[in-house]
Design a protein around this ligand. Structure first.
Ligand code: FAD
Length: 289
């Protein structure tokens, strides 16, 4: 059976089609086209109606709104990596996703809605408390990204909704040290074996005022624990080394890798140890590690 394919001319029409038919949005198609491929040179076959949203002008663009950076859902990884307004970790994650040609098609909205535990962009976005804006013909919802992604390939998206924006709060005090690492089998077109985004902020007296870390590919969804992060708040830089063993075992407890658990746990421990040791060192001013 050939399912319907819609090409809405604007967002209003897209929302109407979504409400009436529940047609799935196709943005860059780099997940959908691959999952439903039928062979070289053969058009993929989808078991449900599809709506090509990739040209909708209302879903394009990156801009600042108050204290938030807003990235609309059809912005591609290539556009993100080139835009200096986007926080460093998000640009870095976008620049390491797939290869050049893929990044020209792959969108931030598709990466989030695909909800792969190994997806790259949710890691720094969840570390920064990003929110998603979900629009339907009848209303709008705003959810924290770590609540929107509910499990492997599962989201809280309703069948009549489209993800329109990702809103990233800009910290009032800039992070003192930031870090993003992706471990894959090779440089390009490698899905993450592990990824980590971390940030720390010191006061002038070198007291930790903010610490956060998010880990990808080490559980059913991005692992972040605000309780564990609290362990470091209020700690002087020279005391960080004493707290590292407690932090590392606390992270161990929140990771639940489904495969290669010892590799993923020990690599996470090593990355976190490296980041915290570097950030705490006295000779280290403001750095991107
Ligand atoms: C060779 C190859 C390498 C890859 N490497 C990586 C990698 O290193 N890291 C990584 O994270 N991913 C990787 N991917 C996966 C993929 O490229 C990304 O997840 C990409 O960001 C998906 O975006 P898209 O626009 O192509 O999504 P699409 O395929 O268009 O859509 C993906 C899903 O999101 C839904 N969707 C899309 N946009 C919206 C919207 N606005 N509102 C609601 N639902 C929406 C679709 O209905 C679908 O369910 C790779 C894929 C391939 C083929």
């Amino acid at each position: 059976m050939v399912e319907s394919c819609y090409i809405p001319k604007d967002l209003k029409e897209a929302l109407r089609i979504r409400k009436e038919t529940q047609a799935r949005p196709l943005a860059g198609g780099t997940d959908l086209m691959v999952v439903h491929r039928r062979g070289t040179g053969v058009v993929p076959s989808f078991p449900w109606p599809v709506m090509i949203v990739s040209r909708l002008p209302q879903l394009q663009g990156i801009f600042t709104d108050g204290n938030e950076i807003v990235i609309r859902s059809l912005v591609t990884c290539s556009e993100i990596e080139k835009n200096d307004d986007v926080p460093y970790q998000v640009r870095k994650a976008a620049s390491l996703l797939g290869a050049h040609s893929l990044r020209n098609l792959a969108t931030i909205g598709g990466n989030i809605c695909n909800a792969s535990p190994k997806g790259d962009l949710p890691v720094p976005l969840i570390m920064m408390d990003a929110k998603v804006v979900l629009l339907s013909a009848t209303g709008k919802r705003i959810l924290p990204l770590d609540e929107f992604i509910t499990g492997p390939k599962k989201t809280a998206l309703h069948s009549d909704e489209i993800l329109t924006e990702i809103r990233i709060p800009v910290p009032t005090v800039p992070y003192s040290h930031i870090w993003y690492r992706k471990i894959g089998t090779r440089k390009a077109n490698a899905i993450s074996k592990l990824s980590m985004s971390a940030a720390i902020t010191f006061s002038q007296e070198r007291i930790v005022t903010d610490f956060r870390s998010a880990n990808g590919a080490s559980g059913p969804k991005v692992a972040r624990s605000r309780e564990v992060e609290q362990i470091l708040i209020g700690t002087h830089a020279r005391e960080i080394a004493n707290k590292i063993p407690e932090i590392l075992s606390a992270y161990d407890a929140i990771l639940s890798p489904h495969a290669m658990p010892e590799y993923r746990r020990s690599s996470t421990r090593r990355m976190l140890h490296y980041f915290l040791t570097k950030a705490a060192s006295e000779d280290c001013e403001r750095i991107i590690i």
